[in-house]
Every structure is written in structure tokens, then in C-alpha cells.
Design a protein around this ligand. Structure first.
Ligand SMILES: [Zn+2]
Length: 328
């Protein structure tokens, strides 16, 4: 099979020939039909997950068709369409997406910038109806991450005002998911183009940071979703929250932010971290998509063959796309 290998920190991906992987007991081989290229892949390339992770085949946002199953596997069979949950974890993990034994496809083990991957069947999700492969791939991470932050972590309620800072691959979907929860949504981005996209995806208002407090109105936002990776925006997120506000951090930056205890105390603010997503989140967003409640058109407009993996990363780095999807 062909795979796009990241040989070392800062290096371009190389197309390599590998033996087709064979599934063992409890595993299935998936023929990859689509794999999203996201900011985490750029982070991996920069050495962000650690130099010792490389070389590795990236790719954690994937969908395909089961092609071969290992001995004793009955949960899936050849021909089944599946989305892939990129994490393997141990039964004693505190949460499915957390813990010391998390093994991430495309970071800790070879990922889906490849024609095939072998995965434990426990990480495969069969959608309740057919979904286009590129859509199924981006639902897992780009939409699942937003869903996890809003539903599991911030627990947004109908009628709340949700401010979304940053309208990129995750923030754009935080806008959509917050609308499905019955929230009033203020999207915050300096880009006029992204403000338009946010409105198209249902934002009640889309403004730049200078106009955010006025657009949010009242005493501030009930929930602020921080999807813009900078310490300055971390601090802006805290400033935009109202009394009893929750600030959920999704984007990460190596820079520290600062606040005062009095800021948190006087407004009884809650600072929350949201890491990735779980299988339950993927199932939920697939169902939202199949019910016509969310769109992925803004994420799947740019399809590229595996051979153009470097161009896909470059498009993302330059901010020309929110996602590219590789179709191996
Ligand atoms: Zn990702």
C-alpha cells in the first residue's frame, strides 16, 4: 500500500510503499476513503507531540470501508462503512479520551494518510445511514471536537448566549452545534470572510473582537468557546464571560495567559479544558448530520489525492482552507 510518511521534525511528507497491514484478533482492516488534514497534523510536523513520535504516518480524522477482519471478529464485516475513532485506551481510563495509556492513531501509531489501517474493532463506528466519506471523516474530529466542548464539557442549555472565539476548523462547527442546542451564538473573528461563513452556519451575530462585548450584550456570555490559539485570546475569552460564565478552552498555545483570582471569584467563572472527543460524540454528530442539522460543505470543498498531502498541509498553514481531505 501507499502511505504518506512524516520522516522527521519539519520535514515534508514522503510517499512510501508499505506491506498491506494484516488484522489480528479483535482487529479489522479499513480501506481508507477519506482522511482530514487538520491543525494537529501541522503541530505533529513541528514536533509538537514530541520528536520521539517520528517517523510516523499522520492521519487521525478518517473514514473508510472494512476490507478484512481478524480472527473471531463479529462486530463488523467486510463492506461495512465505518468512521474511525483515533484513540485506543485501557478499560481503567478516567474517560475514553484521557489517561496515561491513550494511543493516538496518526501520532503514537501509524495513521490514515494511507490506503489501509488496521484498528481494534472497538474504535470503529458504523453510521446509522450512508454518509459521504469526506463528510464522515471530518465529522469525527472537526465537528466531534466542537460537540464535545459544548455538550459534554460546557453543557450548553437552550437560551444561553455562546460566544465562539475563532471561526476555523473547530470554531465554525462550534457555531453550528451551539445553534442545534438552542443557544444564541456570537461568532468572533477578524476575517470578514469567516464572519460571513459563521452567519451562513447560523451565528446570530458575527463580529471582530473589538465589537464582541457589545454584540454579546448584557453582562457577558454564558459560555465562551476559545478556539483561537493565542494567550491574548485566552485572556479575551475570560473577559467576555458574564456572571457564572463558563470558558471552555479548545485551542492550545504554548504561551501562558494570566488572570486574577478576583476576576474568577467576583463573577464565579468556571475555566474548563476540552480535549478532543469520544465515540459517543462521533455518533451524536453523525446523527445530527443525517438529520440535516449541520453542514460539512465548508470542510470538504478541497479533496486531494494522497500524493498531494504536502500541498494540503501548506494550504492549511497558509490559512487558505479550514480543512483539506485526502482521498487515498
Ligand atoms: Zn485533528
Amino acid at each position: 500500500m501507499r502511505a504518506a510518511l512524516l520522516p522527521g521534525v519539519g520535514a515534508p511528507l514522503e510517499i512510501v510503499e508499505r506491506d498491506d497491514p494484516m488484522p489480528g484478533p479483535g482487529e479489522a482492516r479499513v480501506r481508507i476513503e477519506a482522511c482530514g488534514v487538520c491543525g494537529s497534523d501541522l503541530f505533529l510536523q513541528k514536533g509538537g507531540f514530541g520528536v520521539e513520535k517520528l517517523p510516523v504516518v499522520p492521519g487521525h480524522e478518517a473514514a473508510g470501508v472494512v476490507d478484512l477482519v481478524g480472527p473471531g471478529v463479529t462486530e463488523v464485516s467486510a463492506g461495512d462503512q465505518v468512521a474511525i475513532y483515533y484513540i485506543e485506551n485501557t478499560a481503567d481510563a478516567p474517560r475514553p479520551n484521557l489517561g496515561p495509556n491513550v494511543r493516538r492513531m496518526g501520532v503514537d501509531v501509524d495513521g490514515a494518510f494511507a490506503e489501509y489501517v488496521v484498528r481494534p474493532v472497538s474504535t470503529l463506528i458504523r453510521p446509522s445511514g450512508y454518509v459521504e466519506p469526506a463528510t464522515l471523516a471530518v465529522l469525527t474530529d472537526a465537528v466531534g471536537t466542537a460537540y464535545h466542548a459544548l455538550v459534554r464539557i460546557a453543557q450548553v442549555k437552550p437560551g444561553e448566549t455562546v460566544a465562539v472565539l475563532g471561526v476555523g476548523g473547530v470554531g465554525s462547527n462550534a457555531v453550528q452545534v451551539a445553534k442545534t442546542l438552542g443557544a444564541r451564538v456570537v461568532a468572533i473573528t477578524r476575517s470578514a470572510e469567516k464572519q460571513d461563513l459563521a452567519r451562513l452556519l447560523g451565528a446570530d451575530e458575527a463580529v471582530s473582537i473589538a465589537d464582541a462585548a457589545e454584540a454579546i450584550g448584557g453582562y457577558g456570555a454564558d459560555v465562551v468557546v476559545q478556539c483561537a490559539a493565542s494567550a491574548e485570546m485566552d485572556e479575551a475569552a475570560i473577559a467576555l464571560a458574564g456572571f457564572a460564565g463558563r470558558i471552555v478552552f479548545v485551542a492550545t498555545t504554548p504561551e501562558s495567559f494570566s488572570t486574577r483570582a478576583s476576576t474568577l471569584v467576583w463573577r464565579e467563572l468556571t475555566l474548563l479544558g476540552s480535549r478532543g472527543f469520544t465515540i459517543a460524540d462521533i455518533e451524536a454528530v453523525i446523527d445530527l448530520y443525517l438529520a440535516g442539522k449541520i453542514s460539512t460543505d465548508h470542510l470538504t470543498a478541497r479533496l486531494r489525492p494522497l500524493e498531494e498531502a504536502n500541498e494540503a498541509l501548506e494550504d492549511l498553514r497558509a490559512g487558505r482552507v479550514m480543512r483539506s481531505v485526502l482521498v487515498p
